[in-house]
Design a protein around this ligand. Structure first.
Ligand SMILES: [Zn+2]
Length: 567
């Protein structure tokens, strides 16, 4: 039968859409191969671009300058190192022709009156409108040279000052703000926001502050009106790792950076960080010798591009399009869409899958009740996987596998933090528990969906995933970034198989397994790798949520099986 004839037969209800679909084993192999291929395509994007000296941003030059101006010792607020670095930075900014000053105030820190000092530098531009503000805190925690946190951020600001040095600057004004006392409760940023005359002239803010000292530049947080900010940087930004899932986590996580102060003040903007090398975070080993200059190159490239893009093509140039959901494409270009679009698309996918399930079932001997039944069974398997994962995590924690549940007396703040979010054996246990929960759910689904018509089972199994994605898009929009594209391409593939392909070919079944898996591998693999670097993703709630998504995908992609059509 030709494709057109079989499609016609399908439409008239005289043919089965897919009686010869590949066996679950073949589908599973197709799924795993596509997942792997997707991951292999995306993971090289996590390797930062090599440090280079010319042109534009140069990591070795920025590092050398920062070494000289800030010294190599710890610079806690009001320490001698801190005060002298502040003076040297102001003088250096002035030699670059920038309008530089120190903003000083005495505040109460840990029960003591302490003077905090922000360094500010401004380059006037010829373009009217609000300024672009680059923020990096210059203080360190006591005992740590703080190269990753956050001398690298300051090094980037100094390099940008060098670029602004000569000639007539055609863009908006650029303000560089090196805050103090970030480590003591974001007090320097507070001081600027509440007390500085330049604050009212700030249009967008870019913050740099790392938790770690290497790896790729991560754009992990955005402020309000993010769609316009991303629109401005996307054409120039060819290399960035970003995911609005991290923005969602950052918004609900207990840790904070200076960016939070500006976000709360309603300033649109971007927050960049390096998150690999967490072992050095707030540690005596956070030195230039241990720093990853490739990471600094990546971070410097991304931040420089963002600052100049926003100064030359300001976010407020066009009317607001609200907040954005965003994800990088294998560490290359940034893909983003307005939150509203995400909600519409995920709802549309849910409706389309329901309609295709009904349409497919209508032309077969099976009833549309099969679709509903498959949806309920697949949904139950997803819930079972989450419950199992949650119970296993609690049990393992209760057994003390993650180490002592309470922090030893006299332990540092960092130790407490690590214990809470980054237990030494945590990742391995969590990976094992996640896999067990997903495998269990898949086996359960294999049993529960057995005997259902293949097309009905496929549509039914995607429906809970579509419902979950729609829920995410509505309630936690940023977290839908890695899931919505998978759902979208799955829906598209289902449409192609139902309406365009030789319906009885094996190709349809294989495509339905491979296409969503390829997208999933491409988007989820880097996220898992980054998740292990950033402590945040080891939280039990997030682990359970990831299991729900992953189990749902595995069930939807691999489990539906074709029984001989009931004639
Ligand atoms: Zn910091």
């Amino acid at each position: 039968m030709s494709q057109a004839a079989s499609a016609a037969a399908l439409r008239s209800g005289t043919a089965s859409p897919s009686p010869f679909w590949p066996s679950p084993l073949k589908r599973l192999v197709a799924m795993l191969a596509a997942l792997l291929l997707g991951a292999l395509l995306a993971l090289p994007g996590l390797t930062p671009t090599p440090a280079r000296s010319e042109p534009n941003f140069s990591a070795p030059r920025a590092a050398e300058r920062a070494r000289q101006l800030l010294g190599e010792g710890p610079r806690p607020t009001s320490s001698n190192n801190n005060v002298s670095a502040v003076e040297r930075m102001r003088e250096w900014f002035r030699t670059r022709g920038l309008d530089a000053e120190i903003q000083e105030a005495t505040v109460r820190l840990q029960g003591k009156d302490t003077t905090i000092r922000n360094v500010l530098a401004r380059r006037a531009g010829s373009s009217p409108g609000k300024a672009v503000l680059l923020v990096a805190h210059h203080d360190t925690v006591p005992g740590s040279p703080g190269v990753g946190d956050n001398t690298m951020g300051v090094a980037i600001a100094l390099e940008i000052a060098e670029f602004l040095r000569d000639g007539r600057w055609k863009g908006r004004d650029v303000i560089l703000l090196m805050t103090d006392a970030e480590e003591s409760g974001l007090r320097g940023a507070d001081l600027f926001v509440n007390n500085h005359r330049w604050m009212s002239e700030v249009g967008t803010v870019i913050n740099v502050d790392s938790r770690g000292n290497g790896g790729p530049a991560l754009l992990y947080e955005v402020g309000p009106e993010s769609a316009n900010v991303l629109r401005a940087i996307t054409p120039n930004m060819k290399r960035v790792v970003a995911n609005s899932l991290f923005a969602e986590v950052a918004e609900h996580a207990p840790t904070a950076s200076d960016f939070m102060v500006f976000r709360k003040a309603g300033i649109p903007g971007l927050n960049f960080a390096l998150i690999q090398g967490l072992d050095h975070y707030h540690a005596p080993s956070d030195t230039w010798d241990n720093a990853d200059l490739d990471g600094l190159q990546d971070l410097g490239d991304a931040v420089t591009l963002a600052v100049f893009s926003l100064a030359l093509d300001p976010a407020d140039r066009v009317p607001s399009t609200g907040d954005a959901v965003f994800v990088d494409l294998g560490g290359g270009r940034l893909a983003w869409w307005p939150e509203r679009t995400g909600t519409v698309v995920s709802c549309g996918c849910l409706l389309a899958i329901t309609a295709m399930g009904w349409l497919g079932a209508k032309r077969r001997v099976s009833s549309s009740m099969d679709v509903l039944s498959a949806a309920c069974r697949a949904g139950a398997c997803m819930l079972a996987s989450v419950a199992a994962c949650w119970l296993l995590l609690i049990t393992v924690e209760w057994l003390g596998v993650f180490g002592p549940a309470t922090v030893a007396e006299g332990a540092s703040e960092l130790d407490a933090y690590r214990l809470a979010y980054w237990p030494a054996s945590g990742p391995i246990w969590q990976a094992a528990i996640m896999l067990a929960a997903i495998l269990g759910a898949s086996l359960l689904a294999l049993g529960l969906l057995r005997g259902l018509d293949g097309w009905a089972a496929t549509c039914g199994a995607w429906m809970p995933v579509a419902a979950l994605t729609t829920g995410l898009a509505l309630l936690l929009p940023g977290s839908s970034a890695p899931v919505l594209p998978i759902l979208f391409f799955a829906t598209l593939t289902m449409g192609v198989v139902l309406f365009g392909l030789e319906p009885s070919s094996r190709l349809g079944g294989l495509l339905l397994a491979a296409v969503p898996s390829l997208v999933a591998g491409f988007l989820l693999a880097p996220l898992e790798v980054l998740g292990w670097s950033a402590a945040g993703l080891s939280m039990p709630l997030l682990t359970a949520a990831r299991v729900a998504v992953l189990a749902g995908l595995v069930i939807a992609i691999a489990c539906p099986r074709q029984e001989p059509a009931r004639a």
